[in-house]
Design a protein around this ligand. Structure first.
Ligand SMILES: Nc1nc2c(ncn2[C@@H]2O[C@H](COP(=O)(O)OP(=O)(O)OP(=O)(O)O)[C@@H](O)[C@H]2O)c(=O)[nH]1
Length: 339
């Protein structure tokens, strides 16, 4: 039995700096246990050619249309083919990096990792990393709804091209990004320089109990050895409106399994289309293990995770990233699932 392959989904609008990040990584850190899956929009793959390949890195291109539109077809096939080659010993990789096209909505791509049986069994979605072009993101958000979805789905946000922006623009863009996703840690990076430990194998999709909302961002220096600097967000931020995608955190103690099951069912039936992403670690009455729930829109999965230690107080936390959600009503209903 082989261990699950860790998958990092790299997303971000056209020109956000995905290829630059990958090239920086390939130049400095790549090893043969990593395979990159490039998705190109259009018949001719270009990004794959822009990547600096060495002998020890493999780049697989999926080029028949956008990965989020063809997830059940070519993308799944490409992933299954890779898994077969791994199983036969031909390609002994441990980590996959999937670079989606700049126009891809991450939602359907993430869903395949839950819904396609072979992928669900063999792959472990490690994190969704979204690159954001600080210079152009305002215009991209105004004109392309998919740019907001890419930010909303992020487990970690990497802000690029801050060197081309003045402080006022940067603060305005940070506030705007934070209104869409106030949960993902945000790091400012320069020309792709970002230590792999900040975006690869970070286990962001596996929920733990640290789910604080972000209160600032880190600035990563181009010099690998320089310590990151932390900047709190500006105190004055506009109140978000219901149509803005936001992360909502629901906390409780031990829950009743039937009640929380009914809550999740109702929540998904009524609001699934507006729940872009949700993850939870729940303490269930009489159950020694954590119940981990995660979903994308109306696709949801439940799994028992690690056991609560004696030193821990079992605690339930659900994070829902969505819009148009009746948050106070959901908060009350969630509290009522307590055992
Ligand atoms: N000034 C500046 N330019 C950057 C930075 N990061 C990336 N770039 C440039 O931005 C351009 C686009 O970067 P790419 O890495 O090709 O962007 P991408 O996200 O792969 O783009 P698509 O393939 O179109 O989706 C390139 O010319 C990069 O050199 C940065 O931090 N500062």
């Amino acid at each position: 039995m082989t261990t699950a392959v860790s998958v990092t989904l790299l997303t971000g609008f056209l020109g956000a700096g995905k290829t630059t990040l990958l090239n920086h990584y390939l130049h400095h850190h790549a090893d043969s246990s990593v395979v990159i899956v490039e998705n190109e929009f259009g018949a001719v793959g270009i990004d794959g050619q822009l990547l600096a390949r060495g002998d020890n890195i493999r780049v697989v291109e999926v080029s028949n249309g956008c990965v989020c539109c063809s997830v059940r077809g070519e993308f799944t096939e490409a992933m299954v083919d890779l898994l077969d080659r791994r199983a036969s010993g031909e390609m002994p990789f441990e980590t996959l990096i999937v670079e989606a096209t700049g126009l891809a909505d991450p939602g359907p791509i993430i869903q395949t990792f839950f819904t396609e049986e072979r992928l669900r069994e063999s792959l472990r979605l490690d994190a969704v990393i979204t690159l954001v072009d600080c210079q152009h993101i305002g215009q991209q958000l105004d004109e392309h709804p998919v740019a907001a979805a890419q930010i909303a789905f992020a487990d970690r946000l990497l802000l690029t091209k801050t060197d081309l922006c003045d402080e006022a623009h940067k603060e305005a863009m940070l506030a705007r990004i934070h209104r869409i996703n106030n949960k993902a840690p945000l790091l400012a990076i320069h020309h792709g320089a970002c230590p792999p430990g900040e975006w690869l194998n970070i286990a962001a999709f596996e929920m733990d109990d640290r789910n604080a909302l972000t209160e600032g961002y880190h600035i990563i220096s181009a010099r690998a050895d320089a310590p990151g600097r932390f900047r709190p967000f500006a105190a004055t931020r506009a109140e978000p409106t219901p149509d803005v995608i936001q992360a909502h955190v629901f906390d409780a103690g031990t829950l009743d399994l039937k009640k929380i099951g009914a809550f999740m069912e109702r929540c998904i039936a009524d609001h699934g289309n507006d729940m872009l992403r949700y993850k939870g670690v729940l303490a269930i009455d009489g159950q020694p293990q954590r119940l981990v729930v995660q979903g994308v829109y109306k696709v949801v999965g439940f799994d028992y995770g690690s056991a609560w230690q004696e030193s821990e107080t079992p605690h339930s936390r659900l994070v829902i990233i969505g819009r148009y959600l009746p948050v106070e009503q959901l908060r009350r209903a969630f509290a009522e699932t307590a055992s």
